[in-house]
Ligand binder design. Structure first.
Ligand code: SAM
Ligand code: SF4
Length: 345
């Protein structure tokens, strides 16, 4: 059966505000080895069914059509992507794609648990870079923040990444008042010791438990004020469409980044789309609507060409419906139903 949609690769994924979409974040699972308080509750999570999770084949299919439409960068995330036993296979398939004649970039966002044992196969599969999340260097805090006593495993993952050829290496922390606000300098020191860039993220209302409270969020300005007491911070020019504002520490070469999604949103330059583990396309972290890609991929009455056309239609439809910004500050702001673990950060 034909959907009557002619695929067109003549133009890229440009929205009504002229933003060109070249970055697709693919969530591989909503499950995780941790339970970070700002992301998901410790108990009572309702998981996606196994049968609804996209296979490596399906992920490659969407990625191939996206690459044909100008997507050059794919970030594998979750939940915790290292929980996928076929992660290296997914990396290999996506890294084998080209966009505009050049190889695409495949990166990974992970909590680092189990990374050390799998890094070699991921590098061999074509992984370009890795971001590792770490919010605290104190074991007791790690336990209360993530509900799991796994800090040594995360640190082992960071060491392995530092010893690997993957660069630049980035460490991510959500900065929270009264939780880790006294550790910002320690976290930067940890990153510098591993030849990595520490990046602090403002806490966003994306927790599945819906307990976000603006007053516990540490703002960009507060983060910079704390760091400024230890280092002179010089803005790094050429941010482009990157979410992080970067600063050189003293005269460099080390840098720190701040991702101020709440107090200094960067929606005007957003080039990102997100695909959930169950094959739903989202045009914003805060989107309340999703478009189904998976249904077409699993429709056995369609030819491969029809499926390509259907995926393209969904990609274009999602981009075409993208709003100017997320409006967290708006009194009518609605938190998405999915938590961050199910959206893909
Ligand atoms: N499990 C992996 C990890 O933690 O890196 C990948 C998925 S996680 C959802 C991706 C990123 O989202 C992490 O850096 C995490 O700190 C961040 N994140 C999760 N919930 C957040 C929230 N409510 N506000 C800001 N960042 C959040
Ligand atoms: Fe898991 Fe990452 Fe969410 Fe923490 S932030 S619970 S590591 S998915």
């Amino acid at each position: 059966m034909s959907l009557g949609v002619e695929p067109s690769t003549s133009t890229g994924l440009v929205d009504t505000f002229g933003r060109v979409h070249s970055d697709l974040r693919i969530s591989l699972t909503d499950r995780c080895s941790l339970r970070c308080t700002y992301c998901m509750p410790e108990q009572g999570n309702v998981w996606l069914t196994r049968s609804s999770i996209m296979s490596a084949d399906e992920i490659e299919h969407v990625a191939r059509v996206a690459a044909d439409l100008g997507v050059t960068s794919f970030r594998l995330t979750g939940g915790e992507p290292l929980l996928r036993v076929d992660l290296a296979e997914i990396v290999r398939r996506v890294a084998g794609l080209t966009s505009g004649g050049s190889p695409v970039e495949v990166t990974l966002t992970t909590n680092g648990i189990g990374l050390a044992a799998r890094l070699d196969e991921l590098v061999a599969a074509g992984l370009s870079r890795v971001n590792i999340s770490i919010d605290t260097t104190r074991q007791d805090r790690f336990l209360s923040l993530t509900k799991r006593d796994r800090l040594p495993d995360v640190l082992e993952g960071i060491r392995a990444a530092a010893d690997s050829p993957l660069r630049p290496l980035k460490l991510n922390a959500v900065a929270m008042r009264g939780v880790n606000d006294d550790e910002l300098v320690d976290l930067v020191d940890l990153a510098v010791a591993h030849d990595a860039e520490m990046r602090f993220i403002e806490q966003m209302p994306l927790d599945a438990g819906h307990v976000w409270d603006r007053s516990t969020m540490l703002t960009r300005d507060e983060i910079l004020a704390v760091l400024g007491e230890r280092w002179s911070l010089t803005p790094v020019p050429g941010r482009g469409d990157a979410p992080a504002e970067r600063f050189e520490l003293d005269a460099g070469p080390h840098t720190v980044g701040v991702i101020a999604s709440v107090t200094a949103p960067f929606c005007a330059t957003c080039n990102r789309l997100r695909l959930t583990a169950d094959g739903q396309l989202r045009n914003c972290l805060f989107a309340t609507d999703e478009l189904d890609v998976l249904r077409a991929l699993r429709d056995e009455s369609l030819t491969v060409a029809d499926r390509d056309a259907a995926v393209e239609t969904v990609l274009r439809g999602s981009v075409g419906a993208k709003k100017a910004g997320h409006a967290i500050g708006d009194p009518l702001f609605l938190q998405p139903v999915r938590g961050m673990n199910a959206i893909g950060g």
